[in-house]
Design a protein around this ligand. Sequence first.
Ligand code: UFG
Length: 331
Amino acid sequence: MSDRVLVTGGAGYIGSHACKALKAAGFTPVTYDSLVTGWQEAVKFGPFEQGDLMDRARLDEVLARHRPVAVMHFAALSQVGEAMREPGKYWRGNVAASLTLIEATLAVGIKDFVFSSTCATYGDHDGVVLDENTPQNPLNAYGASKRAIEDMLKDFGASDGLRSVVFRYFNVAGADPEGEVGEFHQPETHLIPLILDAVDGKRGALTIFGTDYPTPDGTCIRDYVHVMDLVDAHVLGLKRLKEGKVGAGIEVFCLGTGNGFSVREVINESRHVTNRPVPITEGARREGDAVKLVSGSEKAVAVLGWEPHRSTMAQMVTDAWRWHQNGGYAR
Ligand code: UFG
């Protein structure tokens, strides 16, 4: 029987793609998801256990029954705007919930942990290319909550020998090219799916949040990485843990490509890929947005042997567009 991995948030966008990659790599992903933001239709690659991370009894029961060899923790609230308005939701739903998960994990003797962190932990750094050693000064409660969880993992490494691989994601985009899973958030707040909705009239014009930023075209710059490449890195991180190459504490990897795209550049590429106009309006800045977030990936490449294959903007928009045109889940 193949080794099981508990995947929290396995019914979400990135978690479901990770389950696919885990299965392809010979693991059995066990999805633990509350379905508050996830979709049961996205659980296709292993067993499903519905549950909330705050429900310690349910977690204990699931961990005891499946006896996973490691935990991959994706489940989180992840909307910057919401985090600005309701920080308590993020401190409870991300930080307190992760504490419950970590304690339950250690209680059954699991020491290997993979965690989804974010470049939103960095804040603004005057446009420099970020790396694992850049100081973290988050601009919003979402980034702050993820940084706190990183700190927690470090502390449990020192006290209990927990070994964690932490990935700081830049902007994740695209979809499974085989169309089994894809991106579907309700409500949707991410740039590329919103552009595609505007292109085919599912919603009105895309509002560009701020055109007066200190960038060449006045719009924010982000580093976009294809979800399939991102989850490949997770499998490599898991293998590194299982090979005993990670010590107690956290080993951090940035997952970006080093290429920054402005909002206008993403719109232009979408126009090109879809061969349709993108209706836009220019609006005010969105609170909590950093001007430019671009990452180096040298460490992931050198240490994990990570090779992003699909992370060109054209490929990401092409895969997202195919998923979008096929209708996603039960739309
Ligand atoms: N944007 C618009 N209009 C929209 C939506 C987005 O102009 O309708 C802009 C944003 O202002 C930003 C860029 O497009 O400049 C990308 O925005 P997203 O909302 O797609 O992504 P974010 O960069 O805000 O945040 C995402 C995830 C976070 C993660 C972060 C890391 O939502 O979970 O990437 O940068 F932490």
